[in-house]
Design a protein around this ligand. Structure first.
Ligand SMILES: Nc1ncnc2c1ncn2[C@@H]1O[C@H](COP(=O)(O)OP(=O)(O)OP(=O)(O)O)[C@@H](O)[C@H]1O
Ligand SMILES: [Mg+2]
Length: 304
């Protein structure tokens, strides 16, 4: 008899009941976090719905990582409420968040560069066959499943035997997204997945964010880039110095407004003034504020 150690929860996850009732899977109400005397986050409201992309934007130090650390179980909030499926929760470890279907893809992905793509796909949750004590890895099944799952997400790689380290950063992000979808994530948190990527690769990652959304996952997309956010986002939250400066749905905010919130028009004006004091910089030659945030082009087919 063959036994298979497959940790994937039955097909179920994306078709979460929360989707049908319209209730958020994850919700923050007036949530905050202090590290000793430092108040990193304060009064944050956020709702993550199945099949929607919630973008969290903010400058360096705004509190984005702190926010996702609370949701992903790395840190605990010190103020307000954190609800999953309407129930208050307080995770002690990332494992507890994962058990609730909350998966996080970090920018420096935890992959083993020299191992093949399929091996990384199953890293830590390998499929096995045969009874104990002669249980061994079910290599054929893992290869076949990884191939199917990547194709299901529209990701076509030439060879799953190639070391994952030979893939581009964008492709690795896509494999990580497909992996989270396969292992039954209901909420997918992406920490600046496009930050280190070029224009074309960013487009590819955005396409798979849209694919995860279409599979019914609630996506939390952390980014500095309002253009990337606006391409896939349904809801936008802008953090500034730990508080929520903007909390708006797509029909309440234009790309231009979002860009202005991110760029901080007055700060740019001050910067221009400062640069004018520096010898050799002719302030008249500097672009106008809106030019400094010129749109980042992405491939047309990048987002559905
Ligand atoms: N472990 C910690 N101990 C003390 N202060 C911290 C800790 N982590 C973050 N902070 C502080 O909390 C604030 C928010 O930091 P956070 O890392 O959440 O910002 P961020 O928006 O992710 O920034 P970045 O874009 O640079 O990643 C910062 O002032 C930071 O110094
Ligand atoms: Mg951060």
């Amino acid at each position: 008899m063959t036994t298979t150690n497959e940790t994937r929860p039955a097909e179920a996850a994306p078709k979460d009941t929360a989707g049908r009732t319209g209730k958020p899977v994850v919700e923050l109400k007036g949530t905050g976090k202090s590290y000793g005397n430092i108040r990193a986050l304060h009064g944050v409201d956020l709702a993550v719905h199945p099949g929607k992309v919630t973008c969290v934007l903010g400058d360096n130090g705004a509190g984005k990582s702190t926010l996702i650390k609370i949701i992903s179980g790395l840190h605990q909030h010190t103020e307000g409420e954190f609800l999953v499926d309407g129930e208050p929760v307080r995770f002690s470890t990332p494992r507890e968040a994962l058990d609730k279907g909350i998966a996080t893809v970090y920018q420096d992905l935890a992959v083993v560069p020299l191992m093949p793509v399929w091996r990384n796909f199953f890293l830590g949750s390998e499929m096995t066959k045969g009874p104990w004590p002669i249980r061994r890895l079910d290599i054929e099944k893992m290869k076949k499943t990884a191939d199917e799952e990547l194709r299901n997400m529209g990701i076509v790689l030439d060879d799953l035997e190639q070391p994952i380290g030979t893939l581009s950063g964008g492709q690795r992000q896509c494999v990580a997204i497909a992996r989270a979808v396969y292992f039954g994530a209901r909420v997918l948190i992406l920490d600046e997945p496009t930050a280190a990527l070029g224009v074309k690769q960013s487009g590819v990652v955005l396409k798979y964010i849209a694919a995860a959304r279409d599979r019914g996952l609630g996506v939390i997309f952390i980014t500095h880039n309002p253009h990337h956010a606006y391409m896939v986002g349904d809801h936008f939250s802008v953090l500034r110095l730990g508080t929520m400066e903007l909390n708006a749905s797509r029909d309440e905010v234009s790309l231009e407004e979002l860009t202005n919130h991110m760029a901080g028009g007055t700060e740019l004006a001050a910067l221009k003034h400062e640069l004018a004091q520096v010898r050799g910089v002719d302030v008249e030659d500097l672009p106008e504020e809106e030019d400094l945030t010129a749109p980042v082009a992405t491939t047309g087919e990048a987002v559905s």
